[in-house]
Design a protein around this ligand. Structure first.
Ligand SMILES: C[S@@+](CC[C@H](N)C(=O)[O-])C[C@H]1O[C@@H](n2cnc3c(N)ncnc32)[C@H](O)[C@@H]1O
Length: 228
């Protein structure tokens, strides 16, 4: 078993998980999922949930929140489609098979991007976060639920050692906070709004990034100039 992450490996992993994903991961992450939905709804507007999987988070949102879901795994999305039909979720505007790193949406399409347990599964986490920023409107938020691995010490060594196994299961254990910090440092438009520890085991976090509104729109600049 190698340590290289690829979409092919991940697709196979989640095709295996799809039939019993909710049973295994439902209650375990319910508090974190609720916190993510609450954070998204505080921003309001149109929400894109990336790596939406079986749609396990859908019931956490209010029926008035407009949701779009994408995922790499067709078997996981089929479960999400069943959930929409069973629960009559007409606030879900659409589901599509899409790679999180190369989405088909125009720039600035969504008010919030939610990605729960996804950043540590993709081959290129930083490139994927950049793609979230591209489709996010200025003033919007990225809301993540994610495992944050140790920066150093024995826990980091164990996490690295277990990577070949967890890659087969479909995620990374090792993903230190410094990786997020480095990503933020290299990007003027991103700021960290919040990092809050979440169960299980306190190894997970709710992480919120904001997309800074940059210079004023051209018409606002003209108005300011005229007034001054
Ligand atoms: C651990 S599951 C999380 C599912 C759900 N968000 C939750 O809260 O339980 C990871 C999900 O991310 C999806 N995924 C992994 N890599 C992806 C990629 N490159 N693009 C889109 N989805 C991806 C998987 O197919 C899977 O449904």
């Amino acid at each position: 078993m190698g340590t290289e992450f690829s979409n092919e490996v991940i697709e196979k992993a989640y095709a295996r998980w799809a039939p019993f994903y909710d049973f295994v991961f439902g209650a375990l992450f319910s508090r974190a999922r609720r916190a993510a939905a609450e954070a998204a709804e505080r921003v309001g507007g149109r929400v894109l949930e990336v790596g939406v999987g079986t749609g396990i988070s859908f019931p956490d949102y209010s029926r008035s929140t407009r949701l779009v879901g994408v995922d790499l795994s067709e078997p996981m999305l089929r479960k999400a489609q069943e959930k929409i039909a069973e629960l009559g979720l007409n606030n879900v505007e659409g589901l599509s098979v899409m790679d999180a790193e190369h989405m088909a949406f125009p720039d600035n399409s969504f008010d919030v991007i939610v990605a729960q347990l996804v950043v540590t599964t993709v081959p290129n986490p930083e490139g994927t976060l950049d793609e979230f920023m591209r489709v996010l409107k200025p003033g919007g938020e990225i809301v993540l639920v994610s495992r944050v691995g140790a920066d150093k010490g024995p826990r980091r060594v164990i996490e690295q050692w277990l990577t070949p196994l967890t890659r087969f299961l479909g995620w990374r254990l090792e993903f230190p906070w410094t990786r997020y910090e480095r990503w933020v440092e290299g990007r003027d438009a991103v700021r960290v709004i919040e990092r809050r520890s979440m169960p299980p085991f306190g190894h997970f976090s709710l992480i919120r990034f904001g997309k800074v509104k940059t210079s004023a729109a051209p018409d606002q600049r003209l108005e300011a100039h005229a007034a001054g």
